[in-house]
Design a protein around this ligand. Structure first.
Ligand code: MOS
Length: 746
């Protein structure tokens, strides 16, 4: 495995602002352009190889076995009976470190547990390996497991929520109090006290979790579908008890992750252990139901919102108290109030997170952990407060748009919430909005809603290598991933812009831990972190070109494969020499993330129709305005926002995991019963970007965008439903049964 800090590294720690960017002075003109994905042709022709698709000789097929009890001890597993089935090679049940999918990416000790105790229904307890997938699946179904139920199970949220305890401090504090919230709320001239709930959700990535494990001389190569190969390889090495240098993960193409592939999932460990024991490669692909049951869910949330304001709308008391759920002994909690900490002002604040311990599928990160569901509470409460005051919801948000972080008292690195709201209002036609329940077209009540978007910005240590070859073409390599987001394309664009190359001259290699380590795709940090590493590597290569040319780097212009300076124009191929030129770039977070609050912002607008006869809600149109620093590729960035807004429609209207209160079993653990929005549910979506640069974030001046599009999307829809009907539904998703009894008579 490649390490950080190799020779010839252009390293940058973000301790200072970085006002000058080569992306602004480059003349190639590829950065920010809506270029097609460079990996697109491979994907549409089926030649992009996903984890389960590698053709490996002598491969054996593994099928995972799921527990059929929610909290129990395993007394025995009758492996011999299924081993007798022709084609079955082995049943592996006796490994003692089994893996819960860890959202912390191996940074905590949480993921290991004894396989002999089942903590949730569907937990993976064995792998059956056979000569064919069909035989393995058949044998896995026939495997008899004898359980002894444990009597301290907690399967029902409502019955156990009184036992919720303060969340341990983590990414954010479990409990946070500032000023005198109780007094300020008590004395506030206008106040609301409402509770919103959101159910458990599943990432529902299209590609199921899949691994192929190949051992060679004590070293493992795992073809997997992972978002963060560098830390996943560390986590896997730890689980297997081998040195980190002995594990290589290859994740070239990933069919979506949305958080569920941040940490390793059980199939990787099971495949690795089986392959080692059997002395041949083993493939394990999780069944769709197992992806739901045994990877990770977004926790259900219950959010008590208390907002107290002056008559003019200024918030004086802001309370956001949540209860979420997770397995016993897990550190992760859904950081419901993460955005609430900095979105609006208000001196007196209480942002608390409590966790109830349940024997339900592990909860962890799912796209925009915190904001995605936390902003349902916050932004719907803002809508309610606006109405209580008799104020326009946009005006209320503008009054509470703070000049500095209300808790840390540091400036924002860049913040365009108000501008996003104003631009959005103009494009959307917000001035056409009427009072609740007033606009009707036949059987349809029509309404408009708005919500802010915000998502904290993070930079993570990442490296990349840029090589300029003797023929004048370039290769960029990094253990960064492209989970469908566009990393291949934007990283190629950054290198092409700085080196003055047409995009076709840049070849990308991502998703291999043999390449320079990167933080991978998570928390919307991927493009800015790995992209900055590419920037730094290309900057160093550019310096080398200047030296070879005999000019100062600042006097060099690179365009279309030519180096121009000192009244000369020389093809790059002539400057690079027979060995080529290369450099590694490495970015690290520094003081800038402490001296400034860094986040991206935006505004969501939705128009819905609610049928007065059936209660059916249809989103008619939706518009988002986003400000996330430099947009690296206008097409892939827009796609990220479209996906986020679609996710928001799901949160508002359709997505809900149902846990059987008797066993914790997920009742609807497939894509037929867990309803993500489909084409017919998603109308024309409009996306606008504000021109913004963030010099405190990184040298490419971009902030995260992958999760911004979901943060605030759902409450815009929910607020539109209220505006259409005059009915407040505070329990997500807003299905027709929750509206029907409250709609006006025909
Ligand atoms: Mo994201 S939930 O950090 O993949």
């Amino acid at each position: 495995m490649f390490g950080f800090g190799k020779d010839d590294t252009n390293a940058l720690t973000m301790n200072q602002p970085h006002p000058d960017s080569l992306l602004d002075t480059g003349v190639q003109g590829v950065i920010s352009k809506p270029l097609d994905r460079v990996d697109g042709p491979k994907k549409v022709t089926g030649t992009a190889t996903y984890a389960a698709e590698y053709a490996i000789e002598n491969i054996a097929h593994g099928v995972l076995v799921s527990a059929t009890q929610g909290h129990a001890k395993i007394k025995s597993i009758d492996a011999d009976a299924v081993k007798a089935i022709p084609g079955v090679i082995d049943v592996i049940t006796d490994y003692d470190t089994f893996i819960r999918n860890s959202q912390q990416g191996g940074e905590t000790s949480a993921p290991t547990q004894g396989v002999r105790t089942i903590d949730y229904f569907g937990e993976i307890i064995a792998i059956v390996v056979a000569e064919s997938f069909e035989v393995a699946r058949d044998a896995a179904k026939r495997l008899k497991v004898d359980y002894e139920p444990l009597d301290d199970a907690a399967f029902d949220y409502e019955a156990n929520k009184d036992k919720a305890e303060p969340a341990p401090d983590g990414l954010i504090k479990g409990h946070y109090d500032q000023g005198d919230f109780d007094k300020a709320f008590e004395n506030a001239p206008v106040k609301i006290d409402v509770t919103y709930t959101t159910p458990s959700q599943n990432s529902a990535a299209m590609e199921p979790h899949a691994s192929i494990a190949v051992w060679d001389d004590g070293a493992l190569t795992l073809y997997g579908a992972y978002q963060m190969p560098t830390s996943d390889a560390q986590q896997l090495a730890k689980a297997l008890g081998v040195a980190q240098s002995k594990v290589r993960i290859i994740s070239r193409y990933i069919g979506g992750g949305f958080g569920s592939k941040l940490g390793i999932a059980p199939e990787s460990v099971a495949a690795a252990i089986a392959a080692k024991q059997l002395g041949r490669p083993v493939k394990a692909v999780m069944l769709r139901q197992q992806v739901f049951d045994a990877t990770v869910r977004r926790s259900n949330t219950e959010q008590r919102m208390r907002l107290g304001a002056e008559a003019g709308g200024r918030i004086v008391a802001l309370g956001h108290e949540s209860i979420t759920s997770n397995l016993p002994d897990e550190d992760f909690f859904e950081p419901v109030g993460i955005g609430t900490h900095f979105l609006y002002g208000g001196e007196n604040r209480r942002i608390n997170h409590d966790v109830v311990r349940l024997n339900w599928t592990l909860s962890g990160s799912m796209r925009a952990p915190g904001e995605a569901v936390g902003m349902v509470g916050m932004e719907c409460a803002m809508d309610e407060l606006a109405e209580a005051i008799g104020m326009d919801p946009i005006a209320l948000r503008k009054v509470n748009d703070p000049q500095q972080d209300p808790e840390l008292k540091v400036p924002y690195s860049s913040r365009n919430l108000t501008r996003s709201l104003e631009e959005g209002a103009k494009h959307f036609g917000w001035d056409q909005r009427q009072a609740p329940g007033q606009r009707r077209e036949g059987d349809w009540l029509i309404g408009m809603g708005v919500a802010a978007a915000c998502r904290s910005n993070q930079l993570q240590q990442s490296a990349a290598k840029v090589e300029l070859h003797p023929d004048g073409s370039a290769t960029v390599s990094s253990a960064m991933t492209d989970i469908g987001t566009g990393s291949y394309t934007i990283m190629a664009q950054i290198a092409a812009e700085i080196l003055g190359l047409p995009i076709e001259k840049v070849t990308m290699s991502l998703g291999d831990t043999n390449d320079p380590p990167a933080a991978g795709s998570g928390g919307s940090w991927g493009a800015a972190s790995a992209g900055s590493a590419v920037y730094l590597a290309a900057e160093r290569v550019r310096e080398k070109l200047a030296k070879a040319m005999g000019v100062k780097a600042e006097d060099l212009t690179l365009k279309d494969g030519m180096a121009i300076g000192d009244n000369r124009s020389v093809p790059l191929a002539e400057l690079v020499g027979k060995d080529g030129l290369s450099a590694i770039g490495e970015i690290k977070p520094g003081q800038q993330e402490k001296q400034f609050n860094q986040a991206s912002y935006g505004a969501h607008f939705a128009e819905v129709g609610v049928n007065v006869v059936t209660g059916e809600v249809r989103v008619r149109r939706m518009l988002g305005v986003f400000a996330a620093g430099r947009v690296l590729n206008a097409k892939t960035a827009r796609s990220q926002c479209l996906g986020g807004m679609t996710f928001g429609i799901g949160t508002a209207l359709t997505e809900e995991l149902i846990h059987d209160p008797r066993t914790g079993k997920l009742v609807n653990h497939d894509l037929a019963e867990y309803h993500v929005p489909v084409n017919a549910d998603v109308p024309q979506l409009e996306v606008h970007f504000l021109d913004e640069r963030d010099i405190h974030a990184n040298p490419i001046h971009a902030k995260g965008i992958g999760e911004l599009g979901i943060s605030g999307a759902a409450p815009a829809v929910v607020n539109a439903i209220y505006n259409a009907t005059g009915v407040r539904v505070r329990e997500m998703p807003v299905t027709l049964d929750k509206l029907l009894d409250h709609l006006p008579a025909l």
